[in-house]
Ligand binder design. Structure first.
Ligand code: BGC
Length: 774
């Protein structure tokens, strides 16, 4: 836990340079635009501790699994979005001394991530070994308006000397993943080029095995104060490296500014043979606009995003900063323009989790994008899985399932399973249910039932077929059971009858049946064609119904709780509060065997089910389960506290709802788990948003209507948030005295506030004060 980020409503600020914090800051100050992203590495040379990171969405490498006990069904590889060419490089040399903050004396260091404008700014003064002192200011962004473009403005002012300044700007493709199973480099060189009178540099690289090609280019301009200088650069070519170097005589207090406009284009979007040409054209267009215009476009694009998604918290600057940081990072990671892309748990901010897709997307991120972005954005997340249905059927077939049963992977890049922690995640088949639940959630929120006939039903049938084959009839119990699974609580492996998985499985079969009825009624022809294409036998509905009716769900009558799995109560029942602090986190302090035998729970499991299917359970049931499971939960996944926060809010336990919210809201800003240097917890950031909107504001969609059940956290004066809902843009403001909802579009709605319904016609507002709410 640290506390070095200065509180500010719109900016993330670091003052003073502490090399020990550098890798943490590189994560926190990361930039991205959904298509590419990078850690906040320095432009100039840095020989201190750093984790270089530049990523291009969708460009990955299948790194061969390293395991001595490979068994049938295990993945052959672990996919990773590759560390790609570093385009920010600018080497700065004063006479013959290189500027390097690891060896210079650094003062006035300040890093600011401006979330309103979408850019990173860094200023510092550095005194080199021989006493030369210079001031530097750099401004950098990945354009969200044109997501193939990035830009840097790098200004140097010598403070106490006249002399020779030599700059080398470069693109370095000779990069390595820190995470590489066989310590190999993943890129081949294809071509490079220096053109445009030496101002433009291009490098085209190809990934091994997957053969993606990425062309990275840059164009530079140089200014002395406001005067543009002629460049006469010399080309520098090394292994997978292309650069330009030039020298000039400078005098104290003159400002030299290098503008570097860069582009990254990949063969995912262009034919390989025209990549270089297309990159040149993107560079030419962006350079013609110039840095200032690009920065202005960036601010305009971010202004639109903020208008649609901002959360304003009054009375708590640190909470305000945190929620904006979470929203900002989510939009830097995923913009929903491309249905082949998804959301890695660390986004573009580190290598952990390989940039692959997890159930996090459906369970945590979909609700955020549903409410804060155009409908197409969350739809594309769903379509991504539809596109991978064939692979999910293949995955299931590899494990012995048949007849169109689909098992989506726990970790994937292209639809194939590629997790590398098979002993934990292999049996986490619950992800299949989260994918079905996201379809339900999308339709519940948008009302877009056409999604079912276009894409959804096919996926739901594949998933339901899987569950049907995955359960078995227990003669002993005279019920269906599900053996050998891992629930969301990864601190249990290979358990029988995980309540959450069992309930999810039957829910999927119910929902697939309902979805089929909807499609049949609305699009009979499409229905018949689809079912024929899937070789669907009407008897399958009856098989599902039989399982739905006769499924076994473990529970304990005495305690009145659902059992996480068979035998859970045989475990020694100790509580987290009795665990010595020195033994936590248990995933670092205990042996795996001890963790598995203990009753401690990594993250919401039974409670995840009560969150998804809350309509089916009364508050007493929720309370009994919450009171039993939470004290046994160590919350060692960042996905855990948000679900607990929402449930605590539902139980009217406002203090605990707020306490759980705090655990994730500033998770990365305060390096709460000592792991921010690996990258940010992007998917749990969506959970933080959920804690505010579904927790504190109690927002739900029931029967096509929005409902709120709000409370105001004690520390806050008010909070408000903007959401889109079925064509309307709503601004919801919650204060001590009540709730105000402004409908900023010409769409009439009916809104529930604590179970009372109000008409909210287009472009009007309603205000309900707390006295009316009792
Ligand atoms: C969690 C999983 C999650 C994964 C990626 C793990 O620690 O237990 O539920 O999918 O991280 O975020």
């Amino acid at each position: 836990m640290r506390n070095y980020i200065k509180a500010d409503e719109w900016n993330i600020i670091e003052e003073g340079f502490d090399p020990h914090l550098n890798k943490i800051s590189e994560s926190i100050f990361s930039l991205g635009n959904g298509r590419m992203g990078q850690r906040a590495n320095f432009e100039e040379t840095y020989t201190g501790e750093t984790l270089p990171g530049n990523y291009v969405a969708g460009v990955y490498y299948p790194d061969k699994t390293r395991v001595g006990w490979w068994k049938n069904g295990y993945p052959e590889y672990f996919a990773k979005v590759l560390n790609a060419a570093n385009w920010i490089g600018i080497e700065v040399k004063l006479d013959d001394e290189i500027l390097d903050l690891a060896t210079a004396e650094v003062s006035d260091f300040k890093r600011v991530l401006n979330m309103h404008g979408g850019y990173l700014e860094r200023t510092f003064t550095a005194k080199l070994k021989r006493g030369k002192t210079l001031k530097v200011k750099s401004t950098r962004f990945c354009s969200i308006a044109d997501d193939e473009v990035g830009a840097i403005r790098y200004s140097i002012t010598p403070l106490n000397f006249d002399g020779k300044l030599t700059l080398m700007t470069f693109i370095d493709g000779d990069v390595k993943n820190q995470d590489s199973n066989y310590d190999e480099k993943f890129w081949y060189m294809v071509a490079d080029e220096i053109s445009g009178a030496g101002a433009e540099a291009y490098i085209k690289l190809r990934t091994k095995k997957t053969e993606f090609e990425v062309c990275t280019g840059s164009n530079i301009e140089l200014y002395k104060n406001a005067e543009k200088l002629n460049l006469n650069p010399e080309a520098v070519r090394k292994e997978k490296f292309v650069g330009q170097t030039f020298s000039l005589d400078i005098k104290a207090n003159e400002e030299i500014t290098l503008i570097k406009i860069a582009a990254n284009l990949s063969s995912e979007n262009y034919p390989k043979e025209s990549l270089l040409k297309e990159t040149k054209s993107v560079i030419a267009k962006a350079s013609a606009k110039g840095f200032d215009t690009l920065l202005k476009e960036q601010a305009e694009a971010w202004a639109i995003k903020w208008e649609e998604s901002d959360i304003i918290i009054e009375g708590d600057v640190s909470a305000q900063q945190a929620i904006r940081f979470n929203i900002f990072q989510l939009f830097q990671t995923y913009t929903g323009k491309d249905d082949r892309l998804n959301i890695g748990p660390k986004g573009f901010t580190g290598e952990k989790y390989g940039g692959s897709t997890y159930w996090d997307t459906e369970a945590y991120c979909v609700p955020f994008y549903l409410a804060t972005a155009r409908q197409e954005v969350s739809k594309n997340l769903l379509v991504y899985r539809h596109k991978q249905l064939g692979k999910a059927i293949e995955n299931a077939a590899k494990l012995g399932f048949k007849d169109g049963a689909a098992l989506y992977p726990m970790v994937t890049m292209n639809g194939e399973e590629c997790h590398n922690e098979w002993e934990i995640t292999f049996e986490e088949i619950h992800r299949n249910g989260a994918i079905a639940f996201a379809i339900f959630n999308y339709i519940r929120y948008t009302g877009d039932e056409s999604y079912l006939s276009d894409f959804g039903l096919e996926v739901l049938i594949g998933i339901a077929r899987f569950w049907k084959q995955r359960v078995n009839w227990s003669n002993d119990k005279q019920q269906y059971v599900m053996l050998g699974v891992t629930g969301p609580n990864e601190y249990e492996n290979n358990v029988n009858n995980n309540w959450y998985t069992n309930i999810l499985a039957t829910w999927c079969m119910k929902y697939a049946t309902e979805a089929a009825e909807i499609v049949k009624a609305q699009q009979p022809e499409k229905y018949n064609t689809l079912l024929k294409a899937l070789s669907f036998n009407q008897k399958e509905f009856a098989d599902w119904a039989d399982i739905i009716e006769k499924m076994y769900y473990p529970q304990d009558e005495k305690l009145g709780i659902f059992l996480q799995q068979d035998g859970y109560l045989d475990k020694e029942q100790t509580l987290v509060k009795d665990l010595p602090a020195s033994e936590r986190p248990i995933n670092q302090k205990w042996s795996w065997d001890r963790i598995l035998r203990s009753c401690f729970i990594k993250q919401a499991d039974v409670l995840q089910g009560l969150y998804f299917f809350e309509e089916d359970y009364d508050l007493d049931t929720l309370k009994r389960n919450f009171d039993f499971y939470e004290p046994r939960t160590v919350h060692e996944s960042s996905l855990s506290p948000c679900v607990h926060s929402i449930l605590a809010a539902k139980l009217n336990d406002e203090a605990r709802a707020y306490e759980f919210y705090l655990r994730t809201a500033r998770l990365d800003l305060d390096d709460y788990n000592n792991d921010t240097e690996d990258g940010l917890h992007i998917t749990s950031m969506a959970g933080t948003w959920m804690s505010v909107v579904e927790g504190f504001a109690g927002m739900r969609v029931r029967d096509g209507k929005l409902q709120f059940n709000p409370f105001l956290p004690g520390k806050w004066k008010s909070f408000s948030f903007t959401i889109g809902f079925r064509g309307a843009t709503l601004k919801i403001n919650i204060t001590e005295s009540g709730i105000n909802i402004k409908n900023n579009a010409a769409v009439d709605l009916e809104i529930g506030i604590r179970n009372q319904f109000y008409k909210l016609t287009g472009n009007t507002e309603i205000e309900v004060n707390n006295t009316a709410l009792v």
